[in-house]
Design a binder for this molecule. Structure first.
Ligand SMILES: [Zn+2]
Length: 171
């Protein structure tokens, strides 16, 4: 007896196992190749997110408080999380909290700028301002017999500072 794909009115033969969502058991349904691909794509919902984003998502209060089912096992927890995520039921990615969180993530340009300014990636705006003053004094051509090398360095530092002013300085 051949098992038909369990996806809508699909008439293909179902030969691929897809775990059942919102279910603690080891139950699965059988899908055809085309539909297992769609299923797996959704299953990998988190693959495009950074580790931090996934962590934030999992820890999010919204998820914990608004989900109606109890998270009585980790497996069930992820099943519920997954289905919520697919529909973005909780509007988590549109929420103000998530946008705020996103803002705290540094871009590569920010990182480069912090490197140029010899600062750590968690530097606060006040530290950046302080460091800028220190570096300007250190590399100012007037203090270095008009050295071209130092002038270039100072230009880079100024560019880095103006970059950080737009991102970290505005928070
Ligand atoms: Zn199918």
């Amino acid at each position: 007896m051949k098992i038909i794909c369990d996806w809508g009115n699909c008439g293909q033969i179902g030969s691929y196992k897809a775990p059942l969502e919102k279910d603690n058991s080891k139950k699965y349904r059988l899908l055809c190749l085309e539909h297992i691909k769609i299923f797996n794509k959704k299953w990998n919902y988190f693959s495009d997110m950074t580790d931090q984003e996934v962590e934030y998502f999992i820890k999010s209060d919204l998820t914990w408080h608004k989900a109606t089912k109890s998270f009585n096992s980790s497996e069930n927890f992820f099943n519920i999380l997954w289905s919520n995520a697919l529909e973005d039921k909780l509007n988590i990615f549109k929420s103000a909290d998530f946008k705020e969180y996103k803002k705290t993530l540094l871009t590569n340009t920010d990182r480069d700028a912090l490197d140029i300014m010899e600062l750590k990636y968690d530097a606060k705006w006040e530290e950046i301002q302080k460091q800028f003053k220190t570096l300007v004094k250190k590399f100012h051509p007037d203090k270095n017999q008009g050295s071209r090398e130092f002038e270039d360095k100072l230009k880079k530092i100024t560019l880095a500072y103006s970059q950080l002013k737009m991102t970290i300085g505005k928070k």
